[in-house]
Write a protein that binds this ligand. Structure first.
Ligand code: KG4
Ligand code: ZN
Length: 361
């Protein structure tokens, strides 16, 4: 599609319902006219994780209101929207269906083009929305359900260099928080504790750090935190606030060491990158960002991290990824399917366990 594009984006693949309106003139930067997100943390708090059926129902209840609110914030009516972009996967299927059905309904009623977006492409293309980053660039996508190094060569061209073979880092942050009695989502809580702790007190493993390639693993690290906690409970009958802070600091330092080592390797394997960018909820962690920035600087490549609100799940990134697809002449129709699994790089071998665990898998 040519000319100025104004696209309504809808996101509902996990536990955030979101709607946004993004506009772009050909070749220009994206302008976020509206973006709102409603999280579901309170609904899932009693269950220790995201309950798919509860999530799907909550998306259904809130999404149409969010669309109305986004249009009102943008000061636009549906007749001023050029196309609808919706997350069509990967994610919890009930939630993805809720978004896809809403987008199809609006598109059919208004005769608007419909474009399905891969949620991971939404995260991976965010630095182009925020900073107009040129292809190709290296991306570390690091969230509650995903962890992979991608060379982003085009809006629909991604090469995966490696990824987690078990848990995603966000999932590990959430589990560590849970086993130390900290609130969910665990990332911000663990980061706050870590800031007061001694990262060197506990000798925690750095899984796969010496293994060739860019694959990662976080499950053993989480188990090591569990063992360290249990050893202290057995010896002292519990853990002190200082113990907890030290465990958080040790865990975060281990995650940082592993991510930094693998990022350095991914950059060494990827000459000619315009930047090293991070996205996903874990990229909100200031200490990890600092580690990754240092790696980029050492490799002589600019570092780029989107603003925090665009690191975590949102619909502006979906609207933007939709614009990128539309500019390539790509569009979907009423046969658009919701997909629980949808790898970005279909040529890369499947990773054992990756993306198949946890509520966000
Ligand atoms: O990208 P996101 O909003 O959702 C998906 O997984 O797609 O990421 C959420 C994850 C959660 O696991 C959360 O604990 C983690 O990102 N997270 C953090 C921080 N903020 C959020 N992890 C570490 N440090 C943080 N400051
Ligand atoms: Zn996400």
């Amino acid at each position: 599609m040519d000319g100025i594009l104004t696209v309504l984006g809808i996101e509902s693949s996990c536990d955030d319902s979101a709607a946004a309106v993004v506009r772009q003139a050909p070749g220009g930067r994206g302008e976020i006219l509206a973006s709102s997100v409603v999280g579901q943390a309170a609904l899932h708090a009693d269950f220790g994780g995201v309950v798919p059926e509860i999530a799907a129902r909550a998306h259904v209840e809130v999404l149409d209101h969010l669309v109305e609110a986004a249009l009102a914030e943008a000061g636009l009516g549906l007749d001023e929207i050029d196309a609808l972009a919706v997350t069509a996967g990967p994610g919890l299927i009930g939630g993805v269906l809720a978004g896809v059905m809403l987008a199809k309904g609006i598109a059919a009623a208004r005769g608007l083009p419909l474009v399905g977006v891969n949620h991971l492409a939404g995260h991976a293309l965010t630095p182009r929305l925020t900073d107009g980053l040129e292809f190709p660039y290296l991306m570390l996508l690091v969230s509650g359900g995903h962890c992979q190094f991608l060379r982003v060569e085009g809006a629909d061209a991604f090469s995966r260099l490696g990824g987690t073979i078990d848990d995603a880092p966000g999932e590990a942050f959430d589990k560590v928080a849970r086993l130390l009695g900290l609130p969910q989502p665990g990332g911000p809580a663990v980061e706050a504790e870590a800031a007061r702790g001694d990262p060197a007190r506990f000798a925690l493993p750095r899984p796969l750090i010496d293994r060739q390639g860019c694959d990662l693993s976080f499950s053993g690290l989480k188990t090591a935190v569990l063992r360290a906690r249990d050893a202290m409970v057995a010896e002292h009958g519990g853990i002190t606030r200082a113990d907890r802070a030290d465990l958080c600091a040790g865990f975060q330092a281990a995650v940082g060491d592993v991510l930094a080592a693998k990022a350095a390797r991914a950059l060494a394997q990827s000459p000619g990158m315009s930047a090293f960018a991070v996205a996903g909820g874990v990229a909100a962690n200031a200490a990890l960002r600092a580690r990754l920035k240092a790696v980029a600087q050492a490799a002589g490549v600019p570092f780029m991290a989107p603003p925090l609100a665009l690191c975590t799940d949102n619909a502006a990134m979906i609207a933007w990824a939709g614009i990128e697809r539309l500019r390539l002449g790509q569009c979907d129709d009423m046969t658009l399917a919701a997909r629980p699994r949808w790898p970005l790089d279909t040529s890369a071998p499947a990773l054992i366990g990756s993306g198949k665990r946890g509520a966000k898998g």
